[in-house]
Write a protein that binds this ligand. Structure first.
Ligand code: ZN
Length: 643
């Protein structure tokens, strides 16, 4: 491990030493080169100054200075370039200068091709510098234009080459000039001329120039156009401005009309929205919109389309505001009409807007109207108004109600009948409801069976109890109200025990008889009775008889017991669980019904429904929406409330 580390370290050191040696050698060589070059250069310049090109022997100097041939040619070309650059510096290249340069090339042993190349390069460079100088202030004056032309001619540069050389600079220059020109959103006559002069100076065609500003064209034209139509009017002068922009930007006709159309629509839409903002359109607003449309040159169809789409949103929101209280007043009806007139919305169109929700809205209103079993004249009128605004014909509405009648009936039936004592007026209300909904006997049959049973139990609870025959010997005047098989479960100190026997409820006693255990109890000893689906729980003021009684007819037995107890101590039954749970507020029932979709939350059954306390009332569960669910009797039995 350690050895390995030491070896690595040594290798690293070795590499570092090698790298440094290489670096040192290169540096030394570079210094040597630079000194050679400097010495040679000085010698050449000195000899030239002293003797001129006559009698100048380049090869001899090379030998004397002992420099390699490649370095010698390099230095020769460098000096040649400098002299040449001096000659073209004034923008002219005279015959005298040319002869002098040719002689120099000869003396330096520079090949004619190489000489030409260097000359060409310097001329171009000089020309580009002149262009940059002329462009520095973003404007090309007549004088600058002439000067560039002269320079080009002096140097014998072709015009196409000159354009090419200036092109990159010219592009940047034109774009910069253009942006300055349009920065105020206007193009004046002078600016137009300036742009033209610039193009001429650099030989840019109008197409070239348009291509240069292409990236700005779309957004710039949009901006200018938006600005121009912001007052809803396009003057002659503004027309001229738009023409100038189009010419300079080179947008195609179709591009221009696309931009303009979309901005016109946007502007018009804004005006329509403003006019609609208070949900009313006055005569003046109507006229203003018309004028705006004409000024913008917007087609009638386009305007109508815009108005319609905005009007739709506004109308639907007005309608929602109108019906938010579940009513359409006479004033509201007029307001809806006024709105339609103002925006030129036909009744049929307005009804079409509401179509998707029309049936749902009408059914909700109808349900509310018939909930009490009757439809008053006022309610008739309300329904008529809803039909009118929603665009439902009387026939359609009738069909709709017929189709949904059983659903409407079901909801109200369970609201009325849930565990409650059924009174004559409740039955009357249900009968009128069925008549209003035109429900036939077949649809009503299961509800009638349910209702009859509920009525019977209500009677039992009130103390109107049945008299049954029994072979048991009763006391004189004692009447048998209940007799049936029953399994009694009770709790000892350590376990639950059960025994099957017979339960008898009379006007005076509750008697349980079985082979192992029998007892009887006065009704006044009963503190509470609570039915489950498969039996009931009895609380008593004495130890015996308290417990659970399993029977197939728990609710009937419960009703009989309550009826008997009530006769013996009327007030106490008011505190019984069965009495208390009945008081689920109607609003809670309605909310639970809507939330659970009017069916059993476990099996989706739609009949024999009950509002079930999730936490039983006897165990402190509240009569609130959160603690109540819809269950059918079957599911309620499975759940059982012995939780
Ligand atoms: Zn169910």
């Amino acid at each position: 491990m350690v050895a390995c580390f030491v070896v690595s370290f040594l290798i690293l050191l070795g590499l570092l030493a090698l790298a440094y040696s290489a670096y040192y050698l290169i540096q030394t060589k570079r210094v040597q080169n630079a000194e050679d070059r400097k010495g040679f250069r000085t010698a050449v310049v000195h000899r030239l100054q002293k003797h001129g090109t006559k009698g100048f022997d380049f090869n001899k100097i090379v030998e004397e200075c002992e420099v390699p041939q490649s370095l010698a040619s390099e230095v020769a070309e460098e000096i040649f370039s400098l002299m040449l650059a001096k000659s073209v510096l004034d923008g002219a290249f005279t015959e005298v200068e040319r002869k002098k340069i040719d002689r120099l090339a000869q003396a330096f042993k520079i090949a004619p091709d190489t000489g030409r190349t260097i000359e060409e390069r310097l001329k171009r460079k000089h020309y580009v510098t002149a262009v940059e100088k002329a462009l520095a202030d973003g404007i090309i004056t007549e004088q600058e234009k002439e000067e560039l032309k002269l320079l080009r001619q002096n140097f014998g540069l072709s015009s196409s080459l000159a354009v090419e050389l200036a092109a990159d600079r010219a592009k940047d220059g034109y774009l910069a000039l253009f942006r300055t020109v349009v920065s105020d959103g206007q193009i004046t006559d002078n600016e137009l001329k300036e742009l033209m002069r610039f193009r001429d100076a650099f030989g840019l065609s109008i197409q070239d120039a348009q291509a240069i500003v292409r990236s700005d064209a779309h957004s710039l034209y949009s901006k200018v156009y938006r600005q121009i139509i912001s007052d809803g009017f396009i003057s002659e002068a503004e027309q001229e401005q738009l023409r100038r922009f189009r010419a300079v930007l080179g947008l195609s006709d179709s591009e221009v009309s696309q931009i303009e159309e979309s901005l016109k629509r946007k502007h018009y839409t804004g005006a329509v929205e403003k006019a609609l903002s208070d949900d009313k359109v006055t005569e003046k607003e109507k006229e203003d919109l018309k004028t705006l449309r004409k000024n913008l040159g917007l087609s009638q169809n386009a305007a109508a389309e815009i108005a319609a789409s905005r009007a739709k949103d506004a109308y639907v929101s007005l309608f929602r505001a109108v019906v938010s209280d579940g009513q359409i007043s006479n004033d509201e009806l007029k307001e809806l009409t006024r709105f339609r007139d103002a925006v030129g919305l036909s009744l049929a169109d307005s009804q079409a807007y509401l179509k998707p929700e029309a049936e749902k809205i009408y059914l909700a209103v109808y349900s509310r109207c018939v909930a009490d079993g009757a439809i008053s004249n006022d309610e008739q009128e309300q329904l008529r108004r809803y039909r009118f605004v929603l665009g439902l014909s009387d026939h359609e509405a009738a069909q709709l109600v017929k189709k949904q009648a059983i659903h409407i009936y079901r909801e109200i039936f369970y609201e009325i009948c849930q565990d409650a004592d059924i009174e004559a007026q409740d039955e009357d209300r249900l009968n009128r409801l069925a008549a209003n909904l035109m429900l036939d006997d077949k649809s009503l049959a299961p509800y009638r069976v349910d209702l009859e049973e509920k009525k019977r139990l209500s009677e039992f609870r009130r103390g109107n109890l049945p008299s049954l025959q029994t072979r048991r010997i009763l006391e004189s005047g004692e009447i048998c109200h209940w007799i049936g098989d029953c399994t009694y479960w009770w709790q000892t100190q350590t376990m639950a025990k059960s025994v099957s026997g017979e339960l008898l409820v009379t006007s005076e006693r509750i008697i349980f008889t079985s082979p192992y255990r029998s007892f009887e109890l006065r009704p006044s000893k009963i503190l509470d009775v609570q039915a489950h689906t498969d039996g009931l729980t009895l609380k008593t003021s004495v130890t015996k008889a308290a417990g659970d009684y399993l029977t197939n007819h728990a609710r009937r037995l419960e009703a009989v017991l309550i009826g008997v107890v009530r006769k013996h101590k009327y007030l106490q039954t008011e505190s019984f669980s069965a009495t208390k749970t009945r008081h689920i507020p109607d609003t809670v029932k309605r909310e639970v019904w809507a939330r659970d979709g009017g069916c059993c939350v476990r099996c989706r059954a739609t009949e024999y429904l009950e509002f079930d306390h999730i936490i039983p009332f006897s165990k402190g569960g509240a009569n609130t929406e959160k603690n109540i669910q819809l269950l059918c009797r079957g599911c309620n039995a499975i759940k059982s409330d012995r939780i």
